[in-house]
Design a protein around this ligand. Structure first.
Ligand code: HEC
Length: 153
């Protein structure tokens, strides 16, 4: 008898917690509050474009042309067109080096809300140039294979 009551109480509270949880975050999908996650297979995708100065400068050009109006010249999330949006453009510099290339690429391709999807407007290669540019803004050294002493390439 006691067991049954205990079980009922437990189930009841799970139900309450569940109901409370699903009320929040109207337009965000479940389990994800503010941060945005790309699907695992996209995150694991390797960057086919080497991050060299050629690629980074292409990325910089594209960024200045297409992205800085929202994300800001320094990718700090403070572009002039961002101020009127309901969701602020992300500070991409702060994310650089802390997220895999595939994560950025997927988000750039697919967009979300006020962030446009670029898949149809950009070539695959251009998306990776943008990723290389964003990663190059990292202040903490990006996770790279080599563990050599400091020193920029
Ligand atoms: C019209 C404004 C606008 C433009 C133009 C724009 N973005 Fe965004 N971007 C946003 C907003 C707003 C978000 C945050 C969306 C969210 O969290 O729902 C965002 C998010 C992102 C994210 C995901 C960050 C995260 O939280 O994981 C990346 C990456 C990104 N933008 C890259 C770019 C790149 C690269 C370009 C140019 C090709 C670009 N954006 C152009 C508004 C813009």
């Amino acid at each position: 008898m006691k067991k049954i009551i205990l079980l009922a109480v437990l189930l009841g509270s799970v139900g309450i917690v569940y109901a409370a949880g699903s009320h929040k975050g109207e337009h965000h999908t479940k389990g994800e509050n503010s941060h945005w996650a790309a699907p695992r297979n996209a995150i694991e995708q390797l960057n086919p474009v080497p991050s060299n100065s050629h690629s980074i400068s292409n990325g910089l050009k594209l960024f200045a042309e297409l992205c800085s109006r929202c994300h800001g010249d320094q990718a700090l999330g403070d572009g002039p067109d961002g101020s009127g949006l309901s969701v602020k453009p992300t500070n991409l510099k702060a994310m650089a080096g802390g997220h895999p290339d595939g994560d950025f690429a997927w988000k750039i391709k697919n967009g979300r809300g006020e962030m446009p999807a670029w898949e149809d407007d950009l070539e695959e290669k251009e998306i990776w140039h943008l990723v290389n540019y964003i990663q190059s803004l990292s202040e903490h050294s990006p996770k790279k294979k080599s563990n050599h002493k400091h020193g920029h390439d």
